[in-house]
Design a protein around this ligand. Structure first.
Ligand code: PGA
Length: 256
């Protein structure tokens, strides 16, 4: 059975003091509770130590929004998996559409980062998803197929437990517009079929496929109830302890 993964992507929000405040709030709200799901927050790098500390006696995990492929050296401004592991991060988001769009990350770069994360025995959340024009001109499945294929090349079926795909249609990110539950399920099922083709059925059954794009308390239940939706990658609604907790509660309640 696949455990839900409810992941908050704080993007470039929440510096150390705000991050500490919100992580303390989450820790207090869920004090002494264990989850059936996995709950994760990915803060900006500078805030990671504060969030890790706040989550110390909780079931919350901390992750990163990005990573470099090398271990150390002359790569100004970059961060390695070794550094993230030292901070006890367990997950790394790779290839978010904002990284692809604003920082020129190609499928090849995303694959190299995914490879590094898996090799280092961290969990990878690889983001895929089409833009609005690709949805409109019906090329969206091909776009996602290419992105998923590149990510699958980065590992093999033995990595299935630590390999997560986040399907995030770009037109639904931060726009308030959400894919319908049917649109999400259609794509998640398609993505799972691609994983089955490459890694086999046993592995694809283990891979979690998250939905991302304006997930919030009001639509989480319908989305999470879909057969192939195994959690959410949540931006805006993860910036408030209340709304993030509400989504987590919904996942805990459905616990399919
Ligand atoms: P959103 O962001 O929930 O604000 O749409 C999701 C994401 O970009 O991961």
């Amino acid at each position: 059975m696949r455990k839900y993964l409810i992941a908050g992507n704080w993007k470039m929000n929440m510096g150390p003091s705000e991050a500490k405040e919100m992580a303390d709030e989450l820790a207090a709200a869920w004090k002494g509770k264990t989850f059936n799901s996995e709950a994760l927050i990915c803060p900006p790098y500078v805030s990671i130590p504060f969030v890790v500390k706040a989550f110390r006696d909780t079931a919350f995990q901390t992750g990163s929004q990005n990573v470099h492929t090398k271990d150390n050296g002359a790569y100004t401004g970059e961060i390695s998996t070794t550094m993230l592991k030292e901070l006890t991060c367990s997950y790394v988001i790779v290839g978010h559409s904002e990284r692809r769009e604003y920082f020129g990350e190609t499928d090849e770069v995303v694959a190299a980062k995914t490879h590094r994360v898996l090799q280092e025995e961290l969990n990878a959340i690889v983001c895929v998803g089409e833009k609005l024009e690709q949805r409109k001109d019906n090329s969206y499945k091909n776009v996602v197929k290419k992105q998923v294929a590149a990510a699958l090349e980065a590992g093999d079926s033995n990595d299935a437990d630590r390999f997560v795909i986040a399907y995030e249609p770009v037109w639904a990110i931060g726009t308030g517009e959400t894919a319908t539950a049917e649109q999400a399920q259609e794509m998640h099922e398609y993505i799972r079929s691609l994983i089955t083709e490459t890694w086999g059925g046993e592995a694809s059954d283990k891979v979690r496929i998250l939905y991302g794009g304006s997930m919030k308390p009001g639509n989480a239940e319908e989305l999470l109830s879909q057969k192939d939706v195994d959690g959410g990658l949540i931006g805006g609604a993860s910036l408030k302890a209340d709304s993030f907790s509400e989504i987590l509660e919904i996942a805990e309640r459905i616990n399919k």
